[in-house]
Write a protein that binds this ligand. Sequence first.
Ligand SMILES: [Zn+2]
Length: 547
Amino acid sequence: MKTSLFLKSAAVLLTALAFGVFLFARVDAYAPAPAYDLLITNARIVDGSGNPWFRADVAIKDGRIARIGRLGPETAAKTIDARGQILAPGFIDVHTHVESIYNLPAAENFVRMGVTTLVTGNCGTSTTNVAEFLGRMKEKPIAVNLATLIAHGSVRRKVMGLGDRAPTPEELRQMESLVEQGMKDGAVGLSTGLIYVPGTYAKTDEIVSLARVAARYGGLYATHMRNEGDKVADAIRESISIGEQAGLPVEISHFKISNKKLWGQSPMTLGLVRDARSRGLVVTVDQYAYTASSTSLESRLPAWLRAGGLEEAKKRLADKATRERAIDDTKEALKRSGFKDYSFAVVASYDPDKSFNGKSIAEITKEVKKKSDVTSQIEQMLEMYEAGGAGMIYHGMGEEDVRRIMQEPFTMIASDSGVREVDESVPHPRGYGNNARVLGRYVRELKLISLEDAIRKMTSLPAQTFGFRDRGLIREGFAADLVIFDENTIIDQATFDKPHQFPLGISYVLVNGQVILANNQMTEARPGVALLGPGSQKGERISRAGF
Ligand SMILES: [Zn+2]
């Protein structure tokens, strides 16, 4: 009896001691600092997978999503109450032209539309020194994450200039070695721009050779195709065949039909991609949510005229017969495109005379030459080209095709924009409004796609395609790239007439756990990192399944 009492007392004492130690340990572990850096509460979460929204708190620690669940505010140093709003992964814009990002490191036009990662080097133009380009981020931090492609056009220009000819075997070897170095330095793939000088002079086999190099390092092939108008089907076939021969995924950039005669043919063009996919080839597309495109004035002029660059072209145009041939060929191209004149072609930026900005070639010709015939309009275009060229907006697509392409499961949303500064030029509004336009107009107003699907097209699909394996989803362990917005008010404000306007309804944007937009205000944080392709041996490794 006595022994038993003693044992019982000892047991109670030991339990109390153990509990005390436990309590002490708890206090010791949690008292000095909350477990998480930041907690986002009360949001409805659209996690990027395409699954229906759910409700949870999201805790962030050291730039990553540490915990998703029901978590008290005491667990974090700071809390963002996102009541009534949507929390989604930050948008990944896979089609941009931000080679000048270090001049505008806040990348405000992208951040304001919820974009947290940019892929640049598209359409055949990139740095040819990927290590230097991405490395600059160390001295000049930027707000968003950045990845780049290594571009065929820039590589070709460096090795062979701007000429209209095939490479010699030695030149091809040099181009391959530049692509190889780019991939080793962290490029995510190879891009082409096959309407531009000098990319347009490359035959398919040249591109296949370079794509093979990108394939060896796990890259993809992103292409601004040879044609988006009357020969768009051939161009899609060429893109797919390059991917098939070189053994790498194909991303068709800014998928569209820009020939009026072919409006309504998107079931056919999408069908070509679907057929390729059903044969087991990885082919995806991206799109911006507008019926107008934007590129150079010269891209409407014959490729033979542009060979060697502007100075060579000027010499050709000084010859009367050659000038007439250029006018005739341009006129033929216009006829094939289904447009009667150049009233669909609007100047975005023309440095020699800024009063042209925002006006169509038809309007300008009327103003300058008092003429309205097509020949005079083309003459006007040639004069502007000779004076240094212009950035243009072409109102060339049908809304029906834009919508059908958007509904396709393998289509992602991308802006095709650069970093923008509010100034006198009148750029395409996509650089200010693209993502918000999809969420406001196509999701909420037109109910064309669901909110969850739209977010998937801006997050996990781009991440999967470009191999950003720890981004694009709200998952524990993933990078805390996040956006908070109100699905009832989000809308683009930028128009073709007044493009320099930020969208409404996006309140917070986080990159790698740091707040870069808070209550609609840009912060000073510059937490962007370089996202390196799988060919790189250093830094953040990404990988792609499939090949
Ligand atoms: Zn392009």
